[in-house]
Each structure stands twice: as structure tokens, then as C-alpha cells.
Write a protein that binds this ligand. Structure first.
Ligand SMILES: *Cc1c(COP(=O)(O)O)cnc(C)c1O
Length: 431
């Protein structure tokens, strides 16, 4: 099995967190997102413990809400000592609705509108991660009008290519996020920020990419950020208190993916950072990380019912399921790999090669190609693993399909966290 929280029971059914997947689909319907809360908590603890152990005081992981965002996730994050990174007023609203403390929110975005800025300031968001000059000016003005001084981090791009998919690679210079160091623009960005009366600059932020399996690219980013910090200290006497190194540690989608040693990587990163600071006689800043995928991906799976099989003679067999790109657009977007299991027939021989197709009117609506299943029968239950990140949050109502429910599993019990949409929800905004 790809993960420890998965098992097979005496009926040959897949279990997650000790619960029978067939029972879950029976009770809550399919398609269904299932999230193992105990696994989410364990993943949070791995980060919190490693940062506490190896990094300076005040270091903290911030959960990246773009990976997964619904109300009752936030009490879990709060209890585990996480901060949270939010990218829109909608994510701020959701976190606050879940009782998350506003001062532990870090607000991202490369185009925060004036309304977004006002909403975040009035909500008491702890820190803004400022993306560009225009935002600096707008935020300074808005904070001034409220008689506030807002804590900020400045997003810079170190120009690192962590060798991942282009579409999820943001550390390169040529991208729409942050201000590049190499061109000299980041130096002007810092000078501008320090001159702003209503902003308190705490440090820098960089996010180099996603699905990264080792510490090395983060160490490279630290080198560049420390050189830059040193230059800024010389120029302005400004000393970085906080270094936010972004998210990006990977998840195992298939057996061939490595297991990421998060504590080991954080330890290596810490040693690298301390050595770099020592060489420059620079005070070691506290470190923030923004894990998304590595907190929730392996805690989630999606259950689907099989509709039927269509064999195109001389070509291939399509197995259709009652969901698709509406609940998981990642194969359609960038051919993301997944592991698919026959949840209701785990002990049957898997000798039927096929492509898993969704139900949307779109030939690109595939979940995975070239997989092996037992010869499928109508109403078989299938599980697509590792869908805890970037599935629920990327879902759509294409073809006016209702979004699935999300069930949280904890301590051997399941509870509905997000109910399935109804037809009435689909027309709720239609006038
Ligand atoms: C996407 C993103 C993250 C989370 O990345 P993961 O790969 O899910 O860990 C964190 N910070 C920023 C700025 C991001 O854009």
C-alpha cells in the first residue's frame, strides 16, 4: 500500500483510517472525498516538531490553503499549532469562519484588489506577503487610513529552477509572482518598502516550486536570500527577522515516487541556514514554511462508482466513473499521476488494462491512463489515492455536476465536513 493508513479488511474492501471505503460510499454517496484527519494531524506535527527542534524560536509551518480549504479543517490546523497562508478574501473568510486566529494568517496574492486589502486589514490578518510595488503603495495608504502599521514580508524570486513541472515552478525569474533579485528590482522593492511609514518589514518570502523531494533547492534559495539580505543590511541597516521559504515538499502519488524525509530535510536546511548566517555574521532569522500538498495530499482519497466499460477494438478500454475533471482536474491540466485501487474488490486479480474516464463532455476528461484493475463491473467502487491536495479546491461545476461531499475520518469515526451540492445550489446565484 502507498500509505500506512490504508488497509484491506476481511471482505476484501479498502479501508482508510480503519473505516471501510464501501461503507463510507454507502453512507455518504459517491463520488466522495475522504480525508483522514488523523493523518493530517500527524503531517502537521511532523513540521511543527521539526521546526521547533531545528529552527530558531518563532519558526512555524503555515498551511497553504490553496491545497485544501473548508471550514472545519481550520480548527484542526489551529490545534496542531499551524499558521495558515491564504490567497484570497474567500480563504480568509473560510479560515475565520472555522475559528482560526486572524493574527496567524499570512495573506498572499499577486493581485490583491483594494477591496481585498481593505477586507484583510479590517479582519486583522497578521501579515501580508507583498508581491509588488503597486501593492506596497496601496497597502501603505490603506493601513495609514486606519492608523495601523501592518506587518509585511516581501516576495522575491531567487531564480531557482527546482526541476519540476513548468506549470508549478515559481522560483524562476520569468514568472508573475514576486520581484526578481537578479535584475536589481528586488533591491528597489526593499528600499521602497522600508520608506513606507505604515508598513513594518519583517523579512522576505520566496516560493521556488512544488513537488520537491529534497532540501537542496531550498538550500540554494537560502544562499541567494542571505546574500541579498546581507546587501540590504549594508544598504539600509535592515536586518531580516523572518525568512519564509514557501512550500513545495512533495507527496507520493505512485510507488515510484520517493518518500520525503521532512524532518531530515528541515534539519539539513537549518544547518545550511545557520552556517550561511555564521559566515556573514548575520543573526539567524526565524523560518516559516508553507506546506500545502505535504500536509493533506496523502490524507485524502476519492471514491467513485464505475458506470461501465467501453472497449474500442484495436485501441483501448475506457472505464467510466461518476465523477471526473470536475472533482479532479489535475490529469486534464498536466497529466498528473495517480494510483487507482479497486476499493470494493481489493483481493481480485488486476489484469484488465484500461483508461479511467470521467463523465464530462470533454475528451480530455480522464483521471488516469494505462492502469490495471479487475475486469470492472457496474457499481464497483474505485479509489483514487492522494487526492487530499488540489482536488477539492480545484473542483468546478462544469456540466452542472454537483460537487461531491467531503467526509473527515478520525479515531475510527466518519463525519460529514462538506455536504454534497444539490441542484438548488447550482441555481442559487442564477437570477
Ligand atoms: C502553492 C504554494 C504553496 C504550497 O505549495 P505545496 O507544493 O502545496 O506545498 C506555498 N506557498 C506559495 C506561495 C504557493 O504558491
Amino acid at each position: 500500500m502507498l500509505y500506512d493508513n490504508l488497509g484491506i479488511n476481511s471482505q476484501g474492501h479498502l479501508t482508510i483510517g480503519g473505516l471501510d471505503a464501501v461503507d463510507l460510499a454507502g453512507e455518504f454517496g459517491a463520488p466522495l472525498y475522504v480525508l483522514d484527519e488523523d493523518q493530517v494531524r500527524a503531517n502537521c506535527r511532523t513540521y511543527v516538531t521539526a521546526l521547533r527542534e531545528h529552527m530558531p524560536q518563532g519558526s512555524m509551518p503555515l498551511f497553504a490553503g490553496k491545497a485544501l480549504c473548508f471550514k472545519s479543517l481550520y480548527p484542526v490546523l489551529e490545534e496542531e499549532g499551524m499558521g495558515a497562508d491564504v490567497v484570497s478574501p474567500g480563504e480568509i473568510y473560510t479560515a475565520l469562519a472555522g475559528g482560526f486566529p486572524a493574527d496567524r494568517l499570512y495573506f498572499h496574492g499577486n493581485n490583491k484588489t483594494d477591496e481585498d486589502i481593505a477586507y484583510a486589514l479590517d479582519s486583522g490578518v497578521g501579515c501580508f506577503i507583498v508581491d509588488n510595488h503597486q501593492e506596497l503603495a496601496r497597502l501603505d495608504e490603506a493601513a495609514g487610513r486606519r492608523g495601523m502599521r501592518q506587518r509585511v514580508l516581501l516576495r522575491v524570486t531567487p531564480g531557482i529552477d527546482p526541476h519540476t513541472l513548468q506549470a508549478i515552478n515559481t522560483g524562476r525569474i520569468d514568472c508573475q509572482f514576486g520581484v526578481p533579485i537578479e535584475t536589481g528590482q528586488a533591491a528597489r522593492f526593499v528600499a521602497d518598502a522600508l520608506s513606507r511609514e505604515h508598513l513594518e518589514v519583517e523579512g522576505f518570502h520566496s516560493h521556488i516550486g512544488s513537488q520537491i523531494f529534497e532540501a537542496e533547492p531550498f538550500c540554494d534559495a537560502v544562499d541567494i536570500l542571505l546574500d541579498f539580505a546581507q546587501a540590504m543590511r549594508r544598504a539600509h541597516g535592515f536586518v531580516v527577522k523572518t525568512l519564509n521559504l514557501g512550500g513545495g515538499f512533495g507527496a507520493r502519488y505512485q510507488e515510484s515516487d520517493p518518500v520525503v524525509d521532512i524532518p531530515g530535510n528541515i534539519k539539513a536546511l537549518s544547518e545550511h541556514l545557520r552556517r550561511g548566517c555564521e559566515e556573514k555574521d548575520y543573526p539567524v532569522p526565524r523560518v516559516l514554511l508553507e506546506p500545502g500538498r505535504s500536509i493533506v495530499a496523502n490524507a485524502g482519497l476519492t471514491l467513485y462508482r464505475v458506470g461501465g466499460v467501453k472497449t474500442i477494438e484495436g485501441y483501448r478500454s475506457y472505464v467510466t466513473v461518476n465523477g471526473g475533471m470536475t472533482d479532479n482536474p489535475r490529469y486534464a491540466l498536466y497529466h498528473a499521476p495517480y494510483t487507482v485501487l479497486p476499493a470494493s474488490r481489493m483481493n481480485d486479480p488486476r489484469d484488465f488494462r484500461c483508461t479511467l474516464a470521467g463523465r464530462c463532455c470533454e475528451s480530455g476528461d480522464l483521471i488516469q491512463e494505462n492502469i490495471l484493475l479487475p475486469q470492472p463491473r457496474r457499481d464497483d467502487l474505485l479509489a483514487v489515492l492522494t487526492t487530499g491536495a488540489y482536488n477539492f479546491t480545484m473542483a468546478s461545476n462544469y456540466n452542472r455536476l454537483c460537487r461531491p461531499a467531503l467526509v473527515m475520518v478520525a479515531g475510527g469515526k466518519a463525519r460529514l465536513a462538506v455536504r454534497r451540492q444539490t441542484f438548488a445550489d447550482l441555481v442559487a446565484c442564477d437570477l
